[in-house]
Write a protein that binds this ligand. Structure first.
Ligand code: HEM
Length: 481
């Protein structure tokens, strides 16, 4: 009779770890043998690469410093013995995000994480046809006409917060200073806006408490700096299976998913809201997605789309608006200039907002430049590729090249934060909050070479750019330009 050998847990673990390390080394040698060899910072830790430093600090500052040392394209050590090729060359970035965008997909670990949290929706589909199907089903909700209608909602949310602040100030008028939790109130505006405009849903945050998903979002964001979270974030890049382990962070993702799912199911259950909105010319985001249900999206995909809008539409906008108010509080001169412009238009029309309020426009753009809500964009090549450069660079061996050869599986990345703020691109005042740079029409050539929303990569670019960018900008100022 055949007897199977018995292994203890330690043997199995040891074999798995050794197998993974050998696989990582062989893969790395293979990728290295065929791709362009680039200079870059030395590895100081096999486990972390530079992941821990980038998570703990301001990642854009690291990338900017490396750009000064190694040029516009370089290679950095990533977690688990891996490497990432960093591109700060405008033509290469346009190639990755635009020309051959579907050859550069998310890392498997990130897709598993997003799927666990959101389900299979627009953010997790990678193939061109599937992505275009999702994008087409969501686009009608983001037309200029829809956004124009939503501006009434955005203004309403801002006015409610203004009234709350005024009444708090009146109640505490004996105090010299009063403290307002601006971050909370920007979260409330963002929730109110996405809830009403997206789903005709009232999150009731103006009463002073965020809904459960708001609390879960903010606590996940705050905990991402602790060591356990950093290990999970680093390791998921190398071993996607980490997403399935019962770790605290994964459990928090499950709680978030359950909370979002129950909201999505509630919205879907309320067919009346959806059908009313569809029959209205000025439809909500969910109404246009619902129209695609059965025709091009399954019900599970519709739920994933709603989850995605909640995730993508909430924290990004609220953190950007919070940074905007922070910058205004730190720059009284900018604040005064903005006030001077705003008082001229007590009730601005769309056209006035679009064309006659340049300073407001410049303040919004400067906020999006200096504080991009998504600081980095990480991708992996599906097939071998040759990425063209705007300016030739010198490789690690001293050769001058105008293309970078990458191999299937190779990790590439763009530091949005560094591209928006590097002094080599924007000039010596690049780290200052200076809305005037947008007004004199003298942006440096290296800036105008960058393709994207006003030469910014805040919403990235190409077929996978942020579908909600006009929605987000309209929350800042109620007309997208
Ligand atoms: C200041 C606010 C915002 C910023 C900085 C921002 C930034 C981004 C970025 C960088 C991406 C690309 C992610 C990637 O592919 O790796 C993205 C995608 C996306 N964003 Fe935004 N976003 C903002 C607001 C919004 C809003 C308000 C919504 C919806 C109401 C939204 C919905 C989406 C969706 C659905 C995608 C996926 C698009 C696709 O893959 O085709 N975003 N966003």
């Amino acid at each position: 009779m055949l007897t199977l050998p018995s292994y203890n847990l330690f043997d199995v673990l040891a074999v798995s770890v050794c197998g993974s390390v050998i696989f990582a080394l062989v893969r790395r040698l293979f990728l290295r043998s065929k791709s362009t060899k680039l200079a870059g910072p030395k590895r100081t830790s096999w486990l972390w690469g530079y992941t821990r430093d980038l998570l703990a600090g301001v990642s854009g500052d690291y990338f900017e410093q490396w750009q000064k040392e190694f040029g516009d394209v370089y290679c950095i050590p990533s977690a688990g013995g891996g490497e990432r090729t960093v591109f700060m060359d405008s033509r290469a970035i346009s190639y990755i995000l635009n020309t051959n965008a579907y050859n550069f997909v998310r890392h498997k670990g990130n897709v598993s994480l997003l799927k666990r949290m959101l389900g299979g929706g627009i953010l997790t589909v990678e193939a061109r046809d599937a992505h275009q199907r999702h994008r087409k089903s969501m686009s009608p909700g983001f037309t200029i006409a829809s956004i124009r209608f939503f501006t009434t909602i955005f203004l309403g949310a801002a006015c409610k917060v203004r009234d709350q602040w005024l009444s708090k100030m009146a109640a505490e008028s004996n105090e010299k200073d009063i403290v307002l939790n601006v971050e909370y109130w920007m979260n409330a505006i963002s929730f109110e806006s996405i809830g009403e405009a997206g789903f005709s849903h009232d999150f009731k945050c103006m009463d002073g408490e965020l809904p459960l998903i708001g609390k879960l979002f903010t606590s996940l964001g705050k905990n991402s700096g602790n060591v356990a979270s950093m290990i999970a974030i680093a390791m998921v890049q190398v071993f996607p299976v980490v997403v399935s382990l019962p770790l605290g962070r994964n459990i928090a993702f499950d709680q978030l998913q359950a909370a979002m799912r129950s909201i999505a199911q509630g919205i879907l259950g309320d067919r009346k809201v959806v059908s009313d909105a569809v029959s209205d010319e000025r439809r909500s985001l969910v109404a246009s997605i619902m129209k695609a249900e059965n025709r091009s999206l399954t019900q599970e995909e519709v739920i994933a789309e709603i989850n995605t809008l909640l995730l993508a539409g909430f924290e990004t906008t609220s953190s950007s608006m919070t940074w905007c108010l922070h910058e205004l509080s730190m720059n009284p001169r900018v604040q005064q200039n903005l006030r001077d412009e705003l008082v001229k238009f007590p009730e601005p029309t769309h056209e006035q907002l679009a064309t006659e309020m340049p300073y407001l426009n410049a303040v919004v753009q400067e906020t999006l430049r200096t504080h991009p809500a998504v600081p980095e964009n990480h991708r992996r090549a599906i097939k071998d590729d040759s990425i063209p450069l705007q300016n030739p660079i010198t490789t690690a061996s001293g050769k001058i090249v105008d293309h970078i050869e990458v191999r299937a599986g190779q990790g590439v990345m763009i530091s949005i934060e560094a591209m928006n703020r590097s002094s080599l691109i924007w000039g010596p005042d690049s780290h200052e909050f200076k809305p005037e740079r947008w007004l004199d029409g003298n942006l440096p050539k290296k800036v105008t070479d960058i393709q994207g929303f006003h030469h910014l990569l805040t919403f990235i670019d190409g077929p996978r750019n942020c579908i909600g960018k006009n929605f987000a900008v309209a929350e800042f100022k109620p007309y997208p330009s």
